[in-house]
Design a protein around this ligand. Sequence first.
Ligand SMILES: C/C(=C\Cc1cc(O)c2ccccc2c1O)CCC[C@H](C)CCC[C@H](C)CCCC(C)C
Ligand SMILES: C[S@@+](CC[C@H](N)C(=O)[O-])C[C@H]1O[C@@H](n2cnc3c(N)ncnc32)[C@H](O)[C@@H]1O
Length: 269
Amino acid sequence: MGTLAAAIPVTAAATAASGHAGGRRRRPRGSVAVRCSSAADERQALFSRIAPVYDHLNDVLSLGQHRTWKRICVSWSMAKRGDRVLDLCCGSGDLAFLLSQKVGLDGEVMGVDFSGQQLQTAASRQDQRWKACYKNIKWIEGDALDLPFTDRYFDAVTVGYGLRNVVDRPKAMREILRVLKPGSRASVLDFNKSSSFFTASLQSWAIDNVVVPLASSYGLTEEYKYLKSSISHYLTGEELEKLAKEAGFSSGKHYELGGGLMGNLVATR
Ligand SMILES: C/C(=C\Cc1cc(O)c2ccccc2c1O)CCC[C@H](C)CCC[C@H](C)CCCC(C)C
Ligand SMILES: C[S@@+](CC[C@H](N)C(=O)[O-])C[C@H]1O[C@@H](n2cnc3c(N)ncnc32)[C@H](O)[C@@H]1O
């Protein structure tokens, strides 16, 4: 049974955003975007379940390194002061907050995620932060496969650990292309599906022997076991570059980070 997937504003500000988003793409009157994918529902539920401890476990399990990888992802998006940018699959907002500092109060940041719980975490983090620029962020509950924005709307898009988790990656890349202005970039950070036996073995060992056991102490064994299987079903850097070109991007280049444990695709429209 699918559930309604629509840009349901999380806050009053987001209500404005969905209006400011250049208007939604028009659907025939009376129609709704219905997500008929139990896999998507399961992932939405998974990320909602882990929302309360997500940030903490990321910091502990990566020894804070994920923040470095996210800064690189945002830097490579080429977002600059005054830009209108999208953090897709924003979760608790790490990349959106980094983008906010890049674009400043003259710019706009839209954080989109289909997990209301993740967005609630993001919104409460925003309330607790003192930097004035963070007022330029709006959180929108929406689906990466059916973005509530008009064509050529954004100057940059970031996706942090999101593309691996969407159920239709080619469709997600086509949506990202659609909402990007010509010549603009998508910067897609995720785990690297390494061709190096050593790196792949280290990554697998760390997840089996550190990540999952610690997650188990929070009652999240299955959620973090999903992490390992999702990486095994992800795309290699070369396949990500091909995915970008097939979606219509003029170029796509994948760079390994963190000794090959992570990777970042930079795709230019
Ligand atoms: C920010 C990171 C992962 C986000 C993330 C993505 C997912 O798809 C998940 C799916 C299910 C549960 C959780 C997640 C999730 O948290 C990357 C850093 C956090 C990782 C959980 C830790 C990865 C450890 C590395 C394999 C080894 C690090 C070695 C060294 C300490 C740098
Ligand atoms: C691992 S988290 C990444 C969060 C954040 N970008 C970060 O870097 O920490 C993946 C996020 O993608 C979201 N997500 C997965 N599929 C989605 C979809 N089809 N539409 C919107 N969000 C989606 C999940 O709800 C989750 O918050």
